[in-house]
Design a protein around this ligand. Structure first.
Ligand code: ATP
Length: 246
């Protein structure tokens, strides 16, 4: 049986008591890549933050690595091996690449650092560069490298492709898939690049107005583009029609 490491059951969450996502069900196994897709405002980041324990669920249950996710103890979640790379990458712009590695050293030994640098050799050459002078792709590599130093069992990445050149995204997304397979990490991606995300994912779900409007294996979703587009754009279209009717 697949080693399920993350589950959401009827998960509802949002802000100031108002639900932004409702009734999300999800399971992710070790080594699997699952993408959360959907148009702007659909609820992707809210879902990811709730899965990571950074936002409280208003209803339902989230379980990670066999225990309920507890938003009141984010450090405990991190220690248990859950890492989120936020869409702003969570780096310090005036610190160097080496500083970021040093900061993470309490959780990483030298051998782990070598392994991570093998995956992103560009970072080895950029050790003394401050983050503010790195390209977007290099910053993204660093953000993921810092997360990997902690040997995560669940890695969540929010909009990895944000601000990156398409060619860089085409390199980085397969690197994430390889990571999941090689290190048996469960990966949850929030992505706007639907085709590229599906190309590296095992499964995906599409959110519309905070609800799951379509889900399936990446192969199934790619094989039925009409259905995928209807799910993806349907919510936005109906919203535009309502606006025009006013
Ligand atoms: N801090 C917040 N306070 C109140 N409402 C919020 C907050 N963050 C997001 N929202 C609202 O929750 C809904 C879902 O937002 P969310 O950021 O999860 O969507 P998304 O799918 O990630 O969007 P995008 O692709 O544009 O980043 C939106 O209506 C948004 O306005």
């Amino acid at each position: 049986m697949a080693d399920v490491v993350l589950t959401a059951e009827s998960m509802t969450s949002g802000y100031n008591g108002v639900a932004a996502v409702s009734d999300v069900n999800l399971t992710v196994s070790a080594g699997e890549v699952v993408s959360i897709l959907g148009s702007n405002g659909a609820g992707k980041t809210t879902t990811l933050l709730t899965l990571a324990g950074l936002l409280p669920a208003m209803g339902g249950q989230v379980t990670a690595l066999g225990a309920p996710v507890d938003h009141r103890r984010p450090y405990r979640m991190a220690r248990r091996g859950i890492r989120l790379v936020p869409d702003d990458r969570g780096l310090f712009s005036t610190m160097t690449v080496r500083d970021h590695f040093r900061l993470a050293r309490s959780t990483a030994d030298r051998a782990r650092e070598e392994l991570v640098l093998d995956r992103f050799p560009a970072l080895a050459r950029l050790q003394s560069r401050t983050v503010g002078l790195l390209s977007g792709g290099e910053q993204q590599m660093l953000a993921i490298a810092v997360a990997l130093l902690a040997e995560p069992r669940i890695l969540m990445v929010d909009e990895m492709s944000l601000g990156l050149a398409p060619l860089v995204v085409e390199q980085m997304l397969p690197a994430i898939r390889d990571l999941a397979r090689d290190e048996n990490i469960a990966v949850v991606l929030v992505e706007q690049h639907v085709e590229l995300a599906l190309a590296v994912s095992d499964r995906a779900l599409v959110l519309g107005h905070g609800r799951v409007v379509l889900e399936g294996s990446a192969a199934e979703l790619l094989a039925d583009r009409d259905r995928l587009e209807a799910a993806y754009f349907g919510a936005a279209d109906s919203e535009a029609k309502q606006d025009r009717a006013v």
